[in-house]
Design a protein around this ligand. Structure first.
Ligand code: ACO
Length: 322
């Protein structure tokens, strides 16, 4: 019998503080209309001074556990995707394990920038399918606001904070149908965030903020996401029309619309959260997925395509039967 990874619970957390485009326009030379027209974003959430990647992850994880009616101690693997970990080490995964008071599980972080949650889903799926794990908690959690240069209008308009979680369990019923992940380090200088604490002579003047050549990233994202859609459909011998929902990484509405067009999908079948959340990097796909599960749009048995693109470059997809 085929062994699948099945979604048994989802959760998400967004900090309460809202930062609007108008507020950003007070400090950099931009406007609400420019930001909204070019990105689809109106506002984003900003974590409070006492919040961290681990504290937000805990809230999202507890909601996923509650939705699955599952005890934290049944988790045997935690994978946290984050580019803004509380500490270099221990991993945010270990900090989350401690917060959830789980004694016997493995926990680690992965770093794939905005594609982090898709990479985590792919790893979790391999563990479950091979029999190495039974129940896996995946969390994408990000405090992007602390690595954004609030004087750089090219990046500060885009990012927001939040966490999304999904709980997977081994099942004989169809769940994750396939995952596809890719990396290409050749483009590292188009989108990066330095770690000044380990600077070398070459980059010792860099600060720890996001640097992005937005327009070039934009073009790469549109092309690459088009290709990943084809790859996913082909691997499953599936027609576009079989997909009920697209849950894309929330970076820019124009990138999302290009992928929907490629799939010949109406925007009614696309889960869009970025208007009031911005780009929450590795958290965005899981936050959007949670929203559409909880409001009843995504129903059991439907086919859902999740996809993302981010720094590295990294990109990937996960096709699942919910
Ligand atoms: N307000 C007003 N003008 C602006 C702003 C702003 N906030 N930002 C840039 N501009 C100006 C530029 O200076 C430029 O002016 P110029 O023509 O006088 O030189 C003009 O607008 C056009 O700039 P572009 O960069 O070409 O604008 P574009 O339409 O590409 O939009 C944006 C910029 C929104 C950043 C877009 O490129 C984008 O979304 N890129 C992709 C981001 C992304 O997907 N990242 C991947 C995931 S993130 C991760 O992995 C961490």
């Amino acid at each position: 019998m085929t062994r699948y990874s099945k979604v048994i619970g989802t959760g998400a957390y967004l900090p309460s503080t809202i930062r609007t485009n108008e507020q950003i326009s007070e400090t950099v030379d931009t406007s609400d209309s420019w930001i909204y027209e070019r990105t689809g974003i109106k506002s984003r959430r900003i974590a409070g001074p006492n919040e961290s990647a681990a504290s937000m992850a805990e809230i999202a994880a507890r909601l996923a556990l509650e939705a699955a009616n599952c005890d934290a101690n049944s988790i045997d693997l935690i994978i946290v995707a984050t580019g803004t970990p509380d500490r270099v080490y221990p991993s945010t995964g270990c900090l989350l394990q401690q917060r959830l008071n789980i004694k016997n599980c493995v926990a680690f972080d992965i770093q794939a920038a905005c594609s982090g949650s898709i990479f985590a889903l792919s790893i979790a799926d391999q563990y479950i399918k091979s029999g190495a794990a039974q129940t896996v908690l995946i969390v994408g959690t990000e405090i992007c606001s602390r690595i954004v240069d609030w004087n750089d209008r090219g990046t500060c308009i885009l990012f927001g904070d939040g966490a999304g979680a999904v709980l997977l369990s081994a099942s004989n019923e169809a769940g994750i149908l396939s995952t596809h992940i890719h990396s290409d380090g050749e483009y590292e200088d188009l989108l990066y965030c330095p770690n000044p604490q380990v600077a070398t002579e070459l980059n010792k003047h860099e600060t720890g903020v996001i640097n992005m050549r937005g327009n070039e990233v934009f073009k790469m994202a549109v092309n690459t996401l088009g290709k990943i859609v084809d790859e996913t459909l082909e691997a499953n011998n599936m027609d576009k029309s079989a997909i009920d929902w697209l849950v894309p990484h929330q970076a820019n509405i124009r990138i999302i619309m290009a992928t929907a067009k490629k799939l010949k999908m109406s925007m009614d079948q696309v889960v869009v959260t970025l208007e009031h959340q911005g780009n929450t990097s590795s958290a965005s796909v899981l936050i959007a997925f949670n929203e559409a599960v909880r409001d009843g749009r995504i129903q059991r048995g439907q086919v859902v395509l999740l996809e993302a693109f981010g720094a590295g470059f990294t990109w990937g997809s996960a096709l699942l039967k919910y």
